[in-house]
Design a protein around this ligand. Structure first.
Ligand code: ZN
Length: 91
């Protein structure tokens, strides 16, 4: 199930970028001058990370479709988890 692993990696990367966004935003909020060079650079990093999250969301949407196949295509893997034999999506 390589799709499942790819989805996990993408979700981890999204969490990573969100941690960056949250961390920098909190840090900048404590700075006195919010429009000096370091503050502007920090805001640029936040924008970059937010754009990366948006791109990853678009990729995720492409590879993680909703399974609308019939129940007859459902089966269990070696660990007993249900998945669709038609689109390989975990259910
Ligand atoms: Zn399916």
């Amino acid at each position: 199930m390589t799709v499942k692993k790819a989805i996990e990696v993408i979700e981890l990367a999204m969490q990573h970028y969100q941690t960056i966004v949250n961390g920098i935003t909190e840090l900048v909020s404590k700075w006195e001058d919010k429009d000096d060079m370091p503050s502007r650079m920090a805001k640029m990093l936040v924008i970059e990370a937010e754009q990366s999250i948006m791109v990853l969301k678009l990729i995720l949407k492409q590879i993680k479709p909703d399974c609308k196949h019939l129940k007859k295509y459902r089966d269990r893997d070696s660990k007993g988890n249900w998945y669709c034999t038609n689109c390989n999506l975990d259910l």
